[in-house]
Write a protein that binds this ligand. Structure first.
Ligand code: NZQ
Ligand code: ZN
Length: 388
């Protein structure tokens, strides 16, 4: 196990009716708040009214910015920065999923940065100050509600970039599983694939002697595998929405990688290239890429995939080689995602090899892609080709 600092300043309010805590979080009456949200789902499912009620109760001066895109765009971030500056905003409140929250994170640091906020997103500049922001989560997926990561797309350049900063943790996040009842089936599945991928990315690390972390991760995966099919049968089940929602947060709030090298993340890099070019849902892209990444890595060293196969997918190792056990586990993962309705190959999104070289190029927005196994352009080409 490596030495580590465990630090997460986000205050998490979880459960039915927790939206009432928003008044507490606003603190003083009359605050100038920028309410950031997406394409309008919150207006159809009652979340907007629930939030507005609390804001009105505290006589907040509310400005709204709607229309944050799934895979949020730099242009929208810039719009938010202008609104904050124009109205002297004191708190940003992101109401939505990872896209809305990631956009709010970039706005909060961009407000105080005199240059182009893209400099921060591309890690050329380090933010020195941020506007406080809180979140009301409406979809279980990214963990953005309790981490310091944000992913923004520069659509004109077809570049999707992740950045992080100690200033980018939400001050508070309110998670009411009932707010996720209206998430449609496909988005629910994408969220489940994304949170499982976050655990898997961290599971494939090179640090020795990490039994606590390994079992934490296995337990999150086992819990999601148990709850997900039940949730899909009843999208209004409080019990299963709650389990999945907390799993999504736990999957990527720093807990699981304390004491490890942080894990691999190559599949996320490759997927970000895919959604930068084709604007596909992040979880959909991962469902296609991840098993192919695993297969590629298992060829050289199946040990970690074997461990996963036996601990999480119940593969019986008797009389089998390590490779056989590993491949059986990978197939079980693929089949599980397919059974939920996740896509299987790029053709499911009508993506051919026409822009393959561009996709490879977009995967290398960071100097190094992967750490459990460092990718080359050829290995990314192989994974993408196997994903067609
Ligand atoms: O736009 P609205 O109306 O909000 O609709 C959204 C959107 O269409 C809808 N939705 C959300 N809550 C809903 C709902 N529909 C009905 N009822 C509700 N309660 O779902 C769609 C997807 O929303 P989005 O926010 O895009 O989903 P998600 O949370 O999966 O976020 C995806 C983005 O986060 C990035 C991804 O790359 C992608 O850009 N990621 C962020 C990470 C982070 N910050 O830590 C890590 C991840 O790996 C990921 O890269
Ligand atoms: Zn992800």
């Amino acid at each position: 196990m490596q030495s580590f600092l465990q630090f997460n300043p986000t205050k998490l309010w979880f459960g039915k009716g927790q939206i009432e805590q928003l008044t507490k979080e606003l603190g003083t009456p009359g605050k100038k708040v920028l309410l950031v949200f997406g394409g309008g789902s919150i207006k159809n499912n009652g979340v907007y009214e629930a939030v507005k009620q609390q804001l009105d109760h505290m006589q907040a001066e509310v400005y709204e910015m709607s229309g944050v895109e799934p895979n949020p765009r730099l242009t929208t971030v810039k719009k938010g920065i202008e609104l904050c500056r124009e109205h002297g905003i004191e708190l940003i409140l992101a109401v939505g999923g990872g896209s809305v929250i990631d956009c709010a994170k970039a706005i909060s640091v961009g407000v105080y940065y005199e240059g182009d906020v893209w400099d921060i997103i591309t890690r050329k500049a380090v933010p020195a100050k941020a506007l406080p922001f809180g979140t009301v989560l409406t979809i279980a997926a990214t963990g953005s509600e309790m981490n310091n990561i944000s992913v923004i797309t520069h659509w004109d350049k077809n570049e999707k970039r992740g950045w992080s900063s100690s200033l980018a943790y939400p001050a508070f996040s309110i998670l009411d599983p009932e707010f996720t009842y209206s998430v449609p089936l496909d988005q629910t599945v994408y969220g489940i694939v994304d949170m499982m991928s976050h655990v898997l990315e961290q599971y494939f690390h090179l640090t020795e002697n990490t039994p606590m972390m390994d079992r934490f991760m296995e337990s999150v995966l086992l819990t999601v595998i148990e709850a997900a099919p039940k949730l899909l049968e009843n999208l209004h089940s409080y019990e299963h929405r709650a389990t999945i929602m907390y799993a999504g947060t736990t999957a990527f709030n720093g807990l699981l990688s304390s004491g490890t090298d942080g894990g691999d993340w190559a599949s996320h890099q490759i997927e970000h290239g895919l959604s930068a070019v084709y604007d596909i849902p992040h979880g959909g892209g991962l469902a296609i890429i991840y098993p192919n990444w695993m297969r590629h890595c298992a060829e050289a060293d199946p040990s970690r995939m074997k461990k996963l196969a036996m601990a999480v997918f119940g593969v019986d190792g008797a009389g089998k080689t390590d490779h056989e056990i590993a491949y059986e586990g990978i197939e079980a993962l693929r089949q599980f995602w397919n059974s939920l309705g996740a896509p299987n190959c790029l053709a499911d999104y009508n993506i051919s090899d026409a822009r393959l070289e561009e996709l490879i190029h977009k995967s290398f927005m960071k100097e190094q892609v992967g750490s459990y196994k460092i990718m080359t352009r050829d290995t990314v080409r192989e994974i993408l080709t196997n994903s067609l």
